[in-house]
Design a protein around this ligand. Structure first.
Ligand code: SF4
Length: 367
């Protein structure tokens, strides 16, 4: 059986919950223990007993993997190294919050073979960080970026967020300029979204916050312009990279490749099925300890679902997608090309600059 080549681990702990976050995360240390780490490794063993795992990419996300104590992080990383053949590995990413990385942890990541840290900076501006409820300051993020560079991490991504309540276009441009100046090889820039069941969503529906599509578009244009002028390739609608620093793990997911997800709430896409693990850390640990499956939901992926996903991801990428995938919508494609929202690239089509600004509406044409 072909080996599983892409591996994700969900570490659900954060120093403090951000008011806009919709991921499965928890504050505090109640479940942040050795038993949880052993459960992650045992879940990997259980999968590897059924099908070999030979990763090209490993991604530790969450949550905040670096919220683990240094000895916990070391235990997990060495447990993974002991179990995984790493001869095919091209990228090992760990997400980090600037408040949770000191020189010791940075060295530990480097020594364990981590090749890429994705740093949740969000903004260099302290007022914006305060609005976002982040636990770190701009100065702390700068120090952490420096610490990671000094430790010799080969690549650092900077996560940024725009359209934050109260943020001006000038402040966003300053955030972009600082990111370019600091020398990050990869930038992920996301528009703030108001997800249900978050404090931010309640503030939006309560009238305390409001959305401004024109300002969102202005922020997005500034992002494309500033990062483009600085030499970053806009290879996915929210992602910009220096040549050779594109995220291999994310590209595999966007291409619809199989991946194994470990940990509470983690998704896997394997053998035509999408499985999500239980969204409860204590229950996840209990199930694995008892030799039970951590799966909470299973969905068979039929051709129609896979095609929709290929279109949704493909439209977001600079390489675009094959015309054959869009064959049932040839009329819509011709119309979108005519009005300048799609353009041909060989036997593929992709969004134009104006199309990127209207990506959601273009995507709806094929749903
Ligand atoms: S640090 Fe990230 S994962 Fe944790 S609560 Fe904030 S947004 Fe969510």
């Amino acid at each position: 059986m072909a080996p599983i080549e892409h591996l994700y681990l969900h570490i659900p702990f954060c120093p403090k919950l951000c008011p806009y976050c919709c991921f499965f995360v928890e504050e505090g240390s109640r479940n942040k223990n050795r038993a949880f780490l052993d459960a992650l490794l045992a879940e990997l063993d259980a999968h590897a007993a059924l099908r070999p795992v030979r990763p090209k990419t490993v991604y530790l996300g969450g949550g905040t993997p670096t919220a683990l104590l240094a000895d916990q992080l070391e235990y997990l990383l060495s447990g993974l190294r002991e179990r995984l053949p790493l001869d095919s590995l091209v990228e090992w990413t760990v997400e980090a919050n600037p408040a949770t990385v000191r020189p010791e942890k940075a060295r530990l990541l480097k020594d364990a073979g981590v090749t890429r840290v994705s740093l949740g900076v969000q903004s260099w501006n302290d007022a914006t960080l305060k609005t976002l409820g982040r636990v770190h300051s701009g100065a702390q993020a700068r120090t952490t970026f420096d610490t990671l560079q000094k430790a010799g991490l080969p690549a650092v991504n900077i996560d940024l967020m725009f359209s934050v309540p109260g943020q001006t276009a000038g402040q966003w441009e300053a955030d972009l300029n600082e990111t370019i100046a600091i020398g990050s090889q990869h930038v992920s820039a996301y528009c703030l979204t108001y997800e249900e069941d978050t404090e931010y969503f309640r503030k939006l529906t309560g009238g305390q916050f409001r959305q401004d599509e024109e300002l969102d578009a202005r922020f997005f244009e500034l992002t494309m312009d500033r990062l483009g002028e600085a030499g970053y390739r806009h290879y996915e609608i929210s992602n910009h990279a220096r040549a050779g620093f594109e995220s291999a793990h994310n590209e595999a997911c966007w291409e619809g490749r199989e991946y194994l997800g470990l940990g509470p709430s983690a998704f896997s896409t394997l053998s035509g099925e999408r499985v999500q693990n239980v969204c409860d850390t204590a229950e996840y640990t209990r199930r694995i300890q008892a030799g039970e499956s951590a799966a909470a939901t299973r969905e068979a992926l039929d051709e129609a679902t896979l095609r929709k996903e290929r279109i949704a991801f493909g439209l977001r990428r600079e390489v675009g997608l094959e015309r054959s995938t869009l064959a049932p919508w040839s009329g819509e494609v011709a119309h979108l090309e005519q009005i300048g929202l799609l353009e041909p690239v060989g036997d593929r089509v992709r969004l134009t600059r104006r199309g990127k600004m209207l990506a959601d509406s273009v995507g709806e044409a094929f749903m």
